[in-house]
Design a binder for this molecule. Structure first.
Ligand SMILES: Nc1ncnc2c1ncn2[C@@H]1O[C@H](COP(=O)(O)OP(=O)(O)OP(=O)(O)O)[C@@H](O)[C@H]1O
Ligand SMILES: [Mg+2]
Length: 456
């Protein structure tokens, strides 16, 4: 058992270390400030952290908040002089396991440590009872998340446990790290699995219709409201409401959302009768919501409410060993979709992908692999089939255009990707070769397509 004791009073920390030594716990590290504690927890492999809350500069809450999402299996026992229920609730919400008020007798402390250690063991056991996906143990609800990275597997085991409660969960992570996949997994692993999963991109709802979309309206509520509409909360009743891009939620809308969550009922526009809703809330954001809060763009009360559990998805570059595994998975899928019979990626192509910057994380990797598979002309995908090829550049920039133009561009993209092979193009598009040839005239006259085809 490896324990970290964090307390700005070094004497207190040392005496705990001495006492633990007497109980045969020898692996105890002490530290007297929050900043160092954060570093140690992120780097170390501690089983348990005994944490003081009141410390100058970075306090215990901040330590907990900064580390628990990144080290979910570490158990925190709070040992503090702050004897108020508010702090205890806050600490537990942030993921602390136990809360002891100083002065605490050594036996009680030792019991808390033993219980925390037991819980850690149970968690590891739970991860062990999961289905085996190749060599990795992934809980079945999260089977769509392909990974063999130990940190990710630990995170999935944590998500599996946290999904069981009805507390709101906030998922953070860079673009394309699988936040939506995680949200769907949490829904499947939770008590509302049999209910609906309703994804809502909050940043895409115009402010003017926000309330009617989210809370619904009754017939005749406003001009044009010919019929009633069940808002997202009612649609998700008995299931999960997934609030995507939460960080973009306009400030004016935030108190309205908070009210529904707190009251667990919605009042549709044009009505004054609250309708009870039983909805599990999972939210996701790429935006640093803590910073948004400090900048006054996000309300503290709403954030505390929605972030009662926090799951942070690491970027792909921090998931050692995952790229080859994901490439293998996506290339099989792409081969099946495009009816290509490849044996996979050559070692050189794989190496190139592993070195590549992938700003859209797994989503970027999916695109790279798909393009590689489409372009491959031999047994394997080779390095020259990868990269920002001429085909992807002009088309990755979406412009406002007619459906017809968009249609032509898609055909040109497939045509260019297959190196001008009409047969293959027809197969991918699901049309005849003759139709492809007929479309070529239109393609040559459409801006963006001409250049692609000339380059072929
Ligand atoms: N670990 C994974 N295994 C397999 N596919 C994955 C994995 N992670 C993400 N994906 C795939 O990558 C794409 C992006 O995932 P998702 O939409 O869940 O990410 P996101 O974090 O919500 O992205 P954004 O921030 O852009 O909304 C999806 O096609 C998803 O299926
Ligand atoms: Mg998303």
């Amino acid at each position: 058992m490896k324990i970290l004791v964090v307390d700005d009073e070094t004497v207190a920390a040392s005496s705990i270390r001495l006492f633990l030594k007497r109980r045969e716990v020898r692996d105890v590290v002490i530290c007297d400030n929050g900043a160092e504690a954060i570093e140690l927890i992120k780097q170390g492999d501690f089983d348990i952290v005994i944490l003081d809350l009141l410390m100058p500069n970075i306090d215990g809450f901040q330590v907990l908040e900064a580390t628990k999402p990144f080290a979910p299996s570490v158990e925190f026992v709070i040992l503090t002089a702050m004897d108020d229920i508010g702090s205890a609730v806050r600490a537990v919400r942030l993921g602390a396991y136990d809360y002891l008020v100083k002065p605490v007798d050594n036996d009680r402390l030792f019991m808390a440590i033993e219980r925390a250690y037991e819980r850690r063991g149970l968690r590891a056991g739970l991860a062990g009872s999961c289905v085996r996906v190749k060599d990795a143990k992934i809980p079945p609800a999260f089977a769509a998340i392909i990974t063999r990275n130990p940190r990710m597997i630990e995170l999935l085991a944590y998500a599996q446990i946290m999904a069981r409660s009805n507390n709101p969960i906030m998922i953070t992570g860079e673009s394309g790290t699988g936040k939506e996949l995680m949200a769907r997994g949490l829904h499947r692993a939770g008590p509302a699995a049999a209910g609906p999963f309703v994804p809502v991109n909050v940043s895409a709802i115009p402010e003017s219709i926000f309330e009617s979309q989210v809370f619904g309206h009754v017939k005749g509520a406003f001009t044009g409201a010919g019929s009633g509409y069940k808002g997202f909360f009612q649609q998700a009743d008995g299931g999960t409401l997934f609030l995507d891009e939460l960080g973009e939620l306009p400030l004016r809308m935030q108190p309205k959302l908070l009210r529904v969550i707190e009251e667990q009922s919605v009042v549709p526009l044009g009505s004054n009768k609250p309708i009870p809703v039983n909805v599990r809330i999972v939210s996701a954001t790429t935006v640093d919501i803590d910073r948004a809060m400090k900048e006054g763009k996000f309300r503290l009360d709403l954030m505390c409410r929605l972030k009662s559990v926090h799951i942070h998805l690491p970027p792909l570059r921090e998931r050692d060993g995952d790229i080859p595994h994901l490439v293998d998975h996506f290339s099989r899928q792409a081969c099946a979709r495009y009816q290509k019979n490849l044996s996979g990626f050559s070692p050189a192509a794989m190496e190139l992908l592993m070195k590549k910057e992938l700003p859209g994380n797994i989503r970027s990797l999916v695109h790279e692999v798909e393009n590689g598979v489409l372009l491959a002309d031999g047994e394997q995908v080779e390095p020259h089939h990868l990269g920002a090829t001429r085909q992807t550049v002009p088309l990755s920039v979406r412009t406002l255009c007619s459906l017809k133009e968009d249609h032509y561009r898609h055909v040109a993209f497939v045509m260019a990707s297959t190196g001008g092979d009409s047969n293959q193009t027809a197969k991918i598009l699901g049309i005849t070769v003759r139709q492809v040839q007929r479309l070529m005239t239109g393609l040559r006259q459409t801006p963006g397509c001409r250049e692609l085809l000339e380059d072929m």
